[in-house]
Design a protein around this ligand. Sequence first.
Ligand code: GLY
Length: 348
Amino acid sequence: MSHPLSRRDFLASTSAASLASLMIGATPAQPPGPGKPMAVSSANGIPAVTRAVELMQTGLDPLDAAIAGVAIVEADPKDHSVGYGGLPNEDGVVELDAAVMHGPTHGAGAVASLRNILHPAAVARLVMKRTRHCLLVGDGALRFAKTHGFPEVDLLTEEARKIWLRWRETRSNIDDWIPAPEGEVEPAVLEAMKTRITGTIHCSALDTHGNLGCVTTTSGLSYKIPGRVGDSPIFGAGLYLDNTVASAGSTGVGEVNLVNCSSYLIVENVRKGMALKDAMIDALKRVVATTTRNPRFRDEQGKPTFRVNFYGLTKTGDYAGVCLITPAKFAVHDGTSAKLVDCEVLTV
Ligand code: GLY
């Protein structure tokens, strides 16, 4: 049994074994078609859409391009919502969820509660391509990844550990932890304590042949109960596509998408003739309506306590992003350049 790599070894592993593992199961590039490649992502996805479009311009499959795009964010220690540097569960262990869908084959693969693997989305692609299943979890997913040559990596960065420690120390005043005085705590740690991170990255891609691919990858809700799985690895919730219609995905508190099949609803709305943005607003309204019945999703004034955003694009190249109450941006590359665009806000 190999041991997770130390942080000191991390960069070396990234440039060798982890980078190599990223391409396991990718389809060799084909001659590009006549169309303009496009990609959309969450606000942390400018590097992802840029990379994805560059690769689709060389003829890479849209799913492989999207996976390579989000891999930049999976490896980014500064993004505390995804992969390396992601905030851990309540035990201080980083647990990752990821899923992929491939338009041309309607193939799908996912992993959940996966530990010590830098690129969970690439493992999800292998679940799709090298098994007859759609979802592997926990230790089985880790063993599957290692079997295919993915190296084990310690995903908990020093900064993420310090944020987690602060959360642990300040969690209760009836336990035996004594929090460090605020003056002794790094500003980045205090800043991270202001909100509970529910971020993620989604990327939907449209290639030069008009084919769709999508991926959602995350470290999930910060300080989650170990084993908690969000919407990201669940088809129809955290992502969905139909190659004849559209591709969509989500970031935010996954539970509201799990109980509403939100990404599926968006694609089905488009299939029935709605414009993509209207389809997404309709899905947000559904989430608002159904969560009204459940106090766990509401504050004392009855306002939603969760954040949720949707992003996507259609087979014909329309793209949109929407968010609930709190303004947000999303990343888009239209084949010419990458930019951040305001999400349409639904207020309640
Ligand atoms: N949407 C990410 C999560 O809830 O885990």
